[in-house]
Design a protein around this ligand. Sequence first.
Ligand code: THU
Length: 130
Amino acid sequence: MSEDLFKAARSAMERAYAPYSKFPVGAAIRAEDGQIYVGANIENLSFPQGWCAEPTAIGNMIMGGGRRIVEMAVIAEKLSCCPPCGGCRQKIAEFADRHTRVYLCDEAGVQKTLTMDELLPLAFQTDVIG
Ligand code: THU
């Protein structure tokens, strides 16, 4: 059920620190441990030092003891169905598989469901590193 994940992402978005872009984003991960981990974007006066909502949620998952992303929701106040940026797709891929569902939301709920394979075809992968 994705409704709880949507609601978690939406309330996480309220915690966004986005004074520069004024573009709050929220993300919520359901991990393999059954927990929901949330995040919002956190910007910085030195603009490149800011980061997206998705890595905040991933950091919370890892530090909370979760290890794998079962499904994930993303929401942005000012953009319906805001897709994770390219860098975030690779970050999500690290903890997901090609079938992992990502829910793109608006203020009313989940509007679009994509798999990681659809979001990041030809993801960087190699056995050389591990
Ligand atoms: N942003 C995210 O949090 N996630 C995305 O996938 C897209 C962009 C944030 C970064 C920045 O704080 C603001 O949205 C505008 O780019």
